[in-house]
Design a protein around this ligand. Sequence first.
Ligand SMILES: [Zn+2]
Ligand SMILES: [Zn+2]
Length: 421
Amino acid sequence: MPKYNSLRGMPDILPEDAALMRWVEETARNVFCLFGFGELRTPILEETEVFTRSIGTDTDIVEKEMYSFTDRGGKNVSMRPEGTASMIRAYIEHGMHNSSELVKLFYFGPMFRGERPQKGRLRQFHQIGAEAIGGKGPYVDAEMIFSLNMILGNLGLSGYTILINSLGCDKDRAAYRKTLLDWFAVRLDGLCEDCRRRSKVNVLRVLDCKRESCKAVAEKAPSMTESLCPGCSRDHAELKQALSSMNVPFTEKKDLVRGLDYYTGTIFEVVHTGLGSQDAIAAGGRYDGLSRQLGGPDTGAIGYAIGVERLLLILGREKSGKKDIGPLVIPADVSFAGEAFSVTNRLRSNGVSCETDLLGRSMKGLMRKANREGRRYVVIIGEEEKRTGRFFLKDMTGGVDQSLSFEELAVFLKKQIDRCV
Ligand SMILES: [Zn+2]
Ligand SMILES: [Zn+2]
């Protein structure tokens, strides 16, 4: 019979990693709750145009990386390569723009990009993201960056920097494009083929090329900051002031551009020395033109996304926040297996995570198993326990052993192991 493996770059997430992922998700959810974000779950599959119109047709994602196909009805559909386009599509579809409030939404889920798989780059990966749609201003931007900083901090991450920049308004970008176009026009020889072509379509993209030769040319290019109008300059200064007052660790990076077409105004990226130089753990920015691009009203919006697998690479396994796992309920011999099974399930009904043996193994073997699994407690079920209804709770770390009624046992264990990990 043939053997099957998961597709390259689309790994299975085994229980230990799934628990870590859930811990990251829960930490983020708690922060989103503090800031008043609501969850929006969008489908994985969308009409391809939702992405091409928002991300831009001359980007790597759309040109080379999307999983697109024609469905049975003849419609061109794609698996989402990122979250924002779908969020805006849903925002418009459900009339959320009719509210005068800032609409704050978050999402969590898998994204799909046909990249060459390598460390920190997968074809199916997970993102946690947030969007604030329906308004603009430096305090909106500051609040978003602050929430991102709080999530990373609550996860125990340190040693990261938030890089920020401003791409200005439409007018500023038009002026900057012209400056760049003139600047690159006499330096085309130093650029790769993609960049030479892109310089004509969207010259900003050249600043984002990952080739060393292009980077060397782009490094010396004039910066966006010099093209900002007084209004955008003031907003950018106020944002920096707000971030400083909240002790957010940020650095201004004047050549930060971001790879997607839809960004305007504030953009940011979180980098960490633990990853290669080109990879960010999280990134985001303002995308005021996107709603209009997708047929909605002209409205301000800003968002970010955290790459969960990359974050976990840095955090490592030791940060799992792993709690004591529940006891193993051990029958003194096989004739007490039924009693042990019943006690185990009564404990579970009382909210205690625990396990027993279902395979008829010896008490000695089960004690070894409990040790190996790092269980602090075992409950032994024998003649005495069956007769008196009191249970022997053994502390494997050498603490005091106790004899408890079922109710006492359930209360005690629930306190020690307050929930599943
Ligand atoms: Zn401006
Ligand atoms: Zn290039």
